[in-house]
Design a protein around this ligand. Structure first.
Ligand code: AMP
Length: 324
């Protein structure tokens, strides 16, 4: 079977589902947005569902205050929410305030609520998922998810995200996770912190020795770098005239990446490089709206147009021989 004929494969996404309170800068001061649908699993699944019909399966936890309409919104986009647990209590809530140029943000408040006791239970029907995205949760829980999935079969691709909180606070648990994953997706600051090495190329080599054969380092508006067996590859961020809200861009990037690979059903250095353009495109749409609003309104035609624009952005004519 040629790669083009490989059928789409199910994708399991585990992570936070949240209410976000976002303080966004405007020329007239801070504009508050309250009770915005958020969470890493929300952004990743919405992005992935734009690219694959193979089945995006979400595992997360919400409280009794979480509107069923939000879950219905995910389902209407083909996302399977049977793995979203509803627990007594309040949904995870995060409050962030962005700097005036949107380049940094401060977490003003994090209320774990039902997320504090989250112990992901992977439904039996999800355990055969060949593609797995472990969103940023405690590395012990990420390993626990893998244990449940691997009882049935070894996934074709396991991807994980993490953050400074776990790098600082849970290095031993994180080391165990790294030994079990194929691809780590983190930002440049996290790569430096995890490796203790300032130079990103050396940092990447160090991290890949700890387990993941592939590493993606996200650099926000400066694009992303992939390090794998075939070498180093760069994808830019799509240049936008207006950025409204960077929340969830990294999660949308990861969702786009996995959505593309799951739809193609194969992981090769070539498919990974193509997937990075879809990842970057989904990240670029995410930041064009407050919360996940732009991902929710995104049409197939708009996505196709951005991918074409992306291809033109990096097309230099196909030959770069020295002129003399
Ligand atoms: P990103 O901008 O890609 O880092 O993702 C932002 C999303 O992560 C927001 O929607 C938050 O609800 C969620 N989030 C913030 N803090 C945490 C945390 N400690 N654990 C899990 N998810 C979080």
């Amino acid at each position: 079977m040629t790669p083009a004929q490989t059928p789409a494969q199910p994708l399991l996404i585990v992570g936070s589902i949240a209410f976000d309170d976002l303080d966004m800068p405007t020329p007239d001061g801070i504009r508050p947005h309250r009770d915005v649908l958020g969470g890493a699993a929300t952004y990743s699944s919405l992005a992935a569902a734009q690219l694959t019909r193979g089945g995006v399966r979400v595992v997360g936890i919400v409280g009794t205050d979480f509107p069923e309409a939000h879950l219905e919104g995910l389902r209407s986009r083909g996302i399977d929410t049977a793995g979203v647990e509803r627990a007594q209590g309040k949904t995870f809530r995060w409050h962030g305030r962005y700097s005036s140029d949107l380049s940094s943000r401060t977490s003003l408040d994090t209320q774990l609520n039902v997320f504090a006791d989250f112990s992901p239970k992977i439904p039996a029907a999800y355990r055969n998922s060949p593609f797995v995205l472990l969103g940023n949760i405690h590395p012990k829980l990420q390993v626990d998810v893998l244990d449940q999935v691997q009882q049935v079969q070894k996934p074709r691709l396991v991807v994980a995200d993490t953050m400074n909180f776990w790098i600082e606070g849970e290095p031993a648990a994180l080391a165990k996770l790294l030994a079990r994953i194929d691809l780590l997706v983190i930002n440049d600051e996290e790569a430096r912190q995890l490796s203790g090495i300032q130079n990103l190329v050396r940092a990447a080599a160090d991290i890949r020795k700890r387990g993941p054969s592939m590493l993606i380092v996200k650099r926000g508006e400066f694009g992303a770098l992939l390090f794998d067996e075939a070498g180093t590859f760069f994808v830019p961020a799509y240049p936008l005239e207006e950025v409204l809200d960077p929340t969830g861009a990294g999660d949308s990037f990861a969702g786009g990446l996995l959505g593309y690979l799951a739809a193609r059903g194969e992981v090769t250095p070539g498919s990974l490089r193509k997937a990075l353009y879809f990842a970057s495109s989904l990240g670029s749409f995410c930041v064009e709206g407050i919360g996940p609003s732009r991902l929710l309104s995104l049409t197939r035609a708009e996505l196709a147009a951005r991918i074409s624009a992306f291809a033109r952005l990096v097309d230099h004519g196909g030959e770069l021989a020295l002129p003399i």
